[in-house]
Ligand binder design. Structure first.
Ligand code: NAD
Ligand code: UDP
Length: 312
């Protein structure tokens, strides 16, 4: 049995990760400041003998004897990370320093939840890990993109200078049950709008693309990455390479919900990337043949069921 710290454990992805790690027989400390996460996400784990919940902000140091750390604390939706951009950068940068300091002190292995946003609005397509990205350092997405890029730098330097055992994953758009209904991300927005019969808000002309990964596929890739040999540190892309336009996504959600909602067009937000698709060859090679198993249709069905229950 390992003792594992999950920062951001009460969030959408973090809560699925806590569940998986507990099911594997580990002891889990879930740390969260509840900015975008909630106790409801982990309510079903509260009675578990080996589950511990700590209200803490990772911009402050934290001490616990642990074997592994999954650093997932950070708002991920543009609406939330732009709400207090300075805090977002602090969470990524000071949070990384605090968690890496802890890993160094207790000799824990630490995995960073980085993002496809480190590639910005990419002019290489699909994006391999070797691509350095096209990021605006002073735009409205910069607090998140540059914060995550700096966190990667810190991880690499703690590894080189202090021999901390690190792993970096770059997560591409992930969706599934326990996304916040007012999260602002496209999958949750479209589903909630479709279920309520409201207009579906497509930003821009809807031809921009994203590649959507169901949360279970991400969790599998993440845990496999933590368990790779120490010499493999990444960064490694974890995402579903199947690419869709936002109009295709809207049509699919209208079809699956049987909704009468109509599409309405709103302005494209600043620096909104036009295309995004992961090159997952490295993940396939290093993570024992890992690849996403759940199709968009299948994943959307479970996510629609979740929101249907939540809203009724
Ligand atoms: P989320 O907003 O649901 O979860 C983030 C969690 O971190 C929340 O519970 C929030 O309360 C907590 N948190 C935020 N700031 C904190 C702080 N300073 N101290 C302690 N806790 C804090 O988002 P998510 O989709 O679950 O994303 C989880 C991680 O995965 C994030 O680091 C995000 O950048 C990364 N990621 C997610 C996606 C995606 O598509 N979901 C894509 C790329 C990267
Ligand atoms: N988007 C949209 N309507 C919405 C929310 C988002 O058309 O109601 C678009 C957004 O402009 C972007 C894509 O969907 O092009 C994905 O947005 P999201 O915020 O989910 O993630 P990110 O831009 O960080 O990949």
């Amino acid at each position: 049995m390992k003792r594992i710290l999950v920062t951001g454990g009460a969030g959408f992805v973090g809560s699925h990760l806590c569940e998986r790690l507990l099911n594997e027989g580990n002891e889990v400390i879930c740390l969260d400041n509840y900015f975008t996460g909630s106790k409801q996400n982990i309510e079903h784990l509260m009675d578990h003998h080996y589950f511990e919940l700590v209200r803490h902000d990772i911009t402050n140091p934290f001490m616990a004897e642990v074997d592994e750390i999954y650093n997932f604390a950070c708002p991920a939706s543009p609406v939330h990370y732009q709400y207090n951009p300075i805090k977002t950068t602090k969470t990524s940068v000071m949070g990384a320093i605090n968690m890496l300091g802890l890993a160094k002190r207790v000799k824990a292995k630490i995995l960073q939840a980085s993002t496809s946003e480190v590639y910005g609005d990419p002019n290489v397509h699909p994006q391999p890990e070797s691509y350095w990205g096209n990021v605006n350092p002073i735009g409205s997405r910069s607090c998140y993109d540059e914060g995550k890029r700096c966190a990667e730098t810190l991880f690499m330097d703690y590894h080189k200078e202090n021999k901390v055992k690190i792993k970096i994953i770059r997560i591409f758009n992930t969706y599934g049950p326990r996304m916040h209904p007012q999260d602002g991300r496209v999958v949750s927005n479209f589903i909630v709008q479709a279920l309520k019969g409201e207009n579906i808000t497509v930003f821009g002309d809807g031809t921009q693309t994203r590649s959507f990964q169901y949360v279970d596929d991400l969790i599998e890739g993440t845990v496999r990455m933590m368990n790779t040999k120490d010499s493999f540190i990444g960064p490694v892309n974890i995402g579903n390479p199947k690419e869709f336009t936002m109009l295709q996504l809207a049509d699919e959600i209208i079809h699956l919900t049987g909704s009468k909602s109509k599409i309405t067009y709103l302005p494209l937000p600043e620096d909104d990337p036009m295309q995004r698709q992961p090159d997952i060859s490295l993940a396939k090679k290093e993570l024992e043949g890992w690849e996403p198993k759940i199709s968009l249709r299948e994943g959307l069905k479970s996510t629609i069921d979740y929101f249907d229950q939540l809203l009724s």
